[in-house]
Design a protein. Structure first.
Length: 264
């Protein structure tokens, strides 16, 4: 499946020619006036750039399709914020936003890791007991499970709700994903929560996480070897620090999600 998606996007990416600067600026003006045809043309003509960046960040945690989707979101943000008066091309301006969206998705996926056992339980709850999602104690009794297991499954469901987006079908247009305002707000909220939890780690743990994932102020993800060399530590020790920090983040975020659960 991943291979099909990858080749599909690559085919689409090379199908559309680059725009001249004049064409680009006119389309941006039209897109800002809610012309979705102009927006679509801008996205398709810059898809090669998004795919190239997404391939650089590709990992086992997220499919290339997911990364390209995040990159397209960043590209759309760049289009709407672009100042046509400045003598710069959209591609140059959009790179930072495309990378930011992709890196943000990667760290969210890494931190919010849930074993398949938890995901299966979450699906069971969603299908058979949706009315008890905000009542973990009652749900635990009905399922005859530990309250912690049930709460983790509920947390997983809550995160799925954070990530919900209304998408057009692939036949209509797989590139134009327009998020609802409430879903966009929820994404910003979860990013804010991640940053607050990150601030609770030690300085060294924060440094390792930020450099590993290329978070601000670092522009690109760095290897464990490079981080270790700079800090005078072995690659294995950096790996341990990273894993310990991610575990702490997961615990902190689970606590926050427990508190947020009734409001989602």
């Amino acid at each position: 499946m991943a291979k099909e998606v990858r080749s599909y996007y690559l085919t689409i990416a090379h199908k559309y020619p680059d725009l001249t600067q004049e064409e680009e600026r006119e389309l941006i003006r039209e897109a800002k006036n809610n012309n979705f045809q102009a927006l679509s043309k801008l996205i398709l003509s810059h898809l090669k750039l998004v795919v190239k960046i997404a391939q650089k960040y590709y990992s086992k945690n997220l499919s290339l399709d997911d990364l390209i989707g995040e990159g397209i979101t960043g590209l759309m943000e760049a289009i709407y914020k672009f100042d046509e008066k400045k003598n710069v091309r959209l591609a140059t301006y959009a790179i930072r936003r495309i990378k930011y969206r992709i890196r943000d998705a990667l760290i969210r996926e890494e931190i919010f890791y849930f074993p398949s056992k938890v995901q299966k339980l979450a699906k069971k709850i969603k299908k058979e007991y949706p009315q008890y999602v905000n009542q973990p104690e009652k749900l635990a009794k009905k399922l005859k499970l530990n309250i912690k297991e049930v709460q983790r499954a509920i947390n997983y469901l809550n995160l799925q709700r954070f990530n919900l987006e209304e998408k057009e079908t692939a036949e209509e247009n797989p590139l134009l994903t327009v998020e609802r305002e409430d879903n966009q707000f929820k994404k910003l909220e979860i990013t804010r929560i991640i940053n607050e939890c990150l601030a609770q780690l030690s300085e060294r743990e924060q440094l390792v996480i930020k450099r590993t994932f290329g978070l601000s102020p670092y522009e690109e993800p760095e290897t464990l070897t490079k981080i270790g060399k700079d800090l005078g530590l072995s690659r294995e020790r950096i790996r341990q620090i990273r894993n310990e920090a991610l575990k702490k983040l997961q615990q902190l975020l689970n606590k926050r999600l427990n508190l947020l659960s009734p409001f989602l």
